[in-house]
Design a protein around this ligand. Structure first.
Ligand code: PA5
Length: 441
């Protein structure tokens, strides 16, 4: 078997005693049983647990085919969705595609420019995006499990109108792909009526656990990401994270420790990365844990930081502010050697950095990571670490499954339903009331 992602808590060991962790072991085992048997709260939404082995292979083949066609024909591909309907694919594309993937550079492979829409209601963003695609061949994937979510529905209205005006109804329908519920919702009805090709969000998988379903896979395919490798990574992670015991299962070890720290007053978890390409993975992680655990007056607050950038803004707080934090570092062990930068020697040495000449940026980044972990641990912030061997599709699949599994068990340990999100409704109801009022007066 290939090298696997790994978890270590060496820099956190001074913050708990072994028997505290051991006391959690039976609770973790119970949470594992509930998750696997689907008997815990929200058990009807645990289809993702076995998904890497149970996905529909016919639909999967269709995703690959449609992805290749869009790659070939599109100049611009718009992914419309919010929350779990876009964060996972965005995370994959940013982690796995070249940094400036929408520009043609020597690192870029043949792929359309990819933009996201429907994840906010900014008029400014939308008008600029519509302008940007003016003279380009546009294809759209609109994604909404419920099919009724306001932000993507609004954005889709605009793109549907644009495509129909530009290409006519018949051609527009060949350029629109809908990912939604198999039976119900406004998007499903619209897709059926208009004859869009559709992909299914499985009934038993909620939005934030859906990145490995058509929700995430079609945009990834368009970006040229190797889907077989993503799913192989997830399938291997099923085994890696399949045992009920914390010491045999790194995702449960992580889940147990974060709950232990929470019980000791560490109410905020910082997900720290040292590669800007992991920022969207952190956004996906924030939704996964924030929406799964933040309920009934409970839950760790998931925050993220990109180092070393944020060491110059929030580093002061982490080092010296209120001690209610712990950090989890996402570390990529083998840097991308094709894109390695070496510090040059400069004769005048005015900046005094010649002592680093010949050293790679990756090596310096590694030292920044080690230095920050040591400093923050000394400052009272326990540090956990998840090591990702390389930034490849295989390890993207692994890390997604690792976090999903940790999140499901973590929510059960906390005593909440990790698969609902009733709190999201409150703002929507107010907004709808206010909008109706606007139209009345
Ligand atoms: O995890 C969830 O279910 C939610 O956060 C959804 O992903 C988000 O609200 C988008 O919903 P939908 O896909 O129904 O448009």
């Amino acid at each position: 078997m290939k090298k696997q992602i790994s978890f270590d808590c060496i820099q956190a060991e001074d913050f708990f005693v072994q028997h505290e962790l051991e006391k959690m072991a039976p609770k973790v085992r119970r949470a594992h049983e509930m998750l696997h048997a689907g008997t815990g709260p929200g058990g009807e939404y645990t289809g993702w647990v076995n998904w890497p082995e149970t996905y529909d292979s016919e639909e999967y083949a269709r995703i690959k085919h449609v992805g290749a066609v869009i790659r070939e024909k599109a100049e611009v591909f718009i992914v419309i969705g919010v929350g779990g309907s876009y964060l996972g694919s965005r995370a994959a594309i940013e982690m796995l595609c070249p940094a400036f993937h929408n520009k043609k550079t020597k690192f870029q492979h043949k792929a359309p420019e990819i933009y996201f829409a429907g994840h906010h209601i900014s008029s400014s963003y939308m008008s600029q995006l519509l302008h940007l695609v003016k003279d380009k061949e546009v294809y759209v994937n609109v994604i909404s499990k419920s099919g009724t979510t306001f932000e993507p529905a609004l954005a889709f209205r605009l793109f549907r109108q644009l495509l129909e005006k530009r290409y006519g109804k018949e051609e527009a329908r060949k350029r629109i792909f809908a990912t939604t519920d198999k039976k119900q919702g406004a998007l499903k009805e619209l897709a059926d009526q208009e004859g869009y090709e559709t992909f299914i969000v499985p009934d038993n998988i909620g939005g934030r656990y859906s990145v490995l379903t058509p929700v995430g896979l079609l945009p990834m395919a368009v970006a040229g990401i190797d889907l077989d490798a993503v799913l192989a990574g997830a399938a291997d992670a099923m085994e890696l994270c399949g045992k009920p015991d914390i010491y045999d299962n790194p995702s449960y070890y992580y889940a147990a420790l974060r709950n232990l720290f929470y019980s000791k007053g560490k109410a905020i978890e910082l997900l720290v990365s040292y590669e800007p390409s992991l920022s969207s993975l952190a956004e996906w992680w924030k939704q996964l844990f924030g929406e799964s655990e933040g309920k009934d007056g409970k839950g760790l607050f998931p925050a993220s930081m990109s180092f070393s950038t944020d060491l110059h803004s929030l580093g002061q707080y982490v080092q010296d502010g209120r001690r209610h934090l712990f950090a989890t570092t996402l570390w990529i062990e083998t840097p991308n050697t094709q894109a390695e930068v070496i510090v040059p020697e400069i004769e005048d040495n005015l900046d005094g950095l010649n002592y680093l000449a010949g050293t790679s940026f990756s090596e310096i980044n590694r030292k920044a990571c080690e230095g920050a972990i040591l400093a923050h641990t000394k400052g009272g912030v326990p540090n956990l670490r998840i090591n990702i061997p390389e930034a490849t599709p295989y390890y993207f699949g692994q890390v997604v499954y690792f976090f999903e599994k940790a999140c499901g068990v973590s929510g059960h340990l906390l005593g909440v339903n990790p698969f609902d999100q009733t709190g999201v409704e409150a703002y929507k109801q107010n907004m709808m009331r206010l909008l109706n009022r606007l139209s009345i007066f």
